[in-house]
Design a protein around this ligand. Sequence first.
Ligand code: ADP
Length: 174
Amino acid sequence: MEQGFILWFTGLSGSGKTTISKALEPELKARGCKVEILDGDVVRTHLSKGLGFSKEDRDTNIRRIGFVAHLLSRNGVAAITAAISPYQAIRDEVRAMEPNFVEIYVKATLEVCESRDVKGLYAKARAGEIKGFTGIDDPYEEPPNPEIICDTERESVGESVKKILTKLELLGYI
Ligand code: ADP
């Protein structure tokens, strides 16, 4: 069985987590990996349906994603998670239970994420229609020691994907 691992993307809404993870998926498959993406937005419509955005609900959401990702990894799957996951403590909690944990900080300033406003959520948060939006009126804790940083203001999607593949080769996961 192939060795599984977790690729844990974290970053502000609009930083590029979904875009990079989707671009990475076929590259991993081409290298013989089984891949599953646990996208934050998708998880919230299924596994975490009904949860809100309080600190407690966010923590529950991330713990669930971490648990499922760990089960997948344990069974030889490349489990990719793409949720904001704003709190370092919970990310570290998942790291502690998963031997093959790769944290990827998808980095872009709030200003750039807000100007991209992919889903129109920043405009809603600024208008007060969404409360507790990460980066606006809820914190985002930057990872101090991620395995990989993808700076999406300076790198193309392809460059970020290449960087991740190189690191995974170095770690012996692919
Ligand atoms: P997230 O999943 O983090 O909320 P998305 O991937 O949905 O973010 O949105 C990121 C947006 O930024 C997309 O519209 C994407 O096309 C754009 N973008 C611009 N440059 C990059 C880059 N280098 N890497 C990733 N996304 C980028």
